[in-house]
Design a protein around this ligand. Structure first.
Ligand SMILES: [Zn+2]
Length: 151
């Protein structure tokens, strides 16, 4: 079974008709192992299928979220991030690059939490902020004039 067949079967199993465009979108985002934005998905998919519209990308991502194949997160007031890891896990946000890294659920244990009055906590997700220990020691790959901005 090719990856394409596997993704098509996965979509069908979730009542999603696997059109060529949906297949390309699902293959990219589910295989990314990352947390792409809709814009990044659109850019990647149109590299091979230039006719895919933003609306198709947004609608397909929404469908994949509704059917439980993707999670959707938002960091600060940035765009929605789509997460192919739908199992319970936490996130580390790289302060230098904005990159989101998965942290296994069992790597963090909250030992005390005062529930807000009137609420029962059902689950929690921890967002950790940090930066690579070797940040700044690598030689930039981009050309001069493409400096990393503060942010
Ligand atoms: Zn994640």
């Amino acid at each position: 079974m090719t990856d394409r067949d596997r993704i098509a079967a996965l979509l069908r199993a979730h009542d999603i008709q696997p059109s060529a465009q949906r297949l390309a979108i699902a293959a990219f985002v589910l295989g990314s192992g990352d947390h792409p934005t809709a814009e990044q998905v659109h850019r990647a998919v149109t590299a091979t299928l230039p006719m895919v519209s933003r609306a198709t990308v947004y609608n397909t991502l929404k469908l994949l979220v509704e059917r439980g194949l993707l999670d959707q997160h938002r960091v600060d007031d940035g765009p929605a991030l789509y997460d192919p890891n739908v199992h319970h896990h936490h996130h580390l946000i790289d302060e230098d690059t904005g990159h989101v890294v998965d942290i296994p659920a069992d790597a963090i244990e909250v030992t005390r939490f005062d529930e807000p009055a009137g609420y029962e906590v059902l689950s929690y997700t921890v967002t950790v902020r940090g930066r690579r220990r070797d940040a700044g020691t690598e030689t930039p790959r981009s050309a001069a004039g493409d400096d990393v901005r503060d942010g």
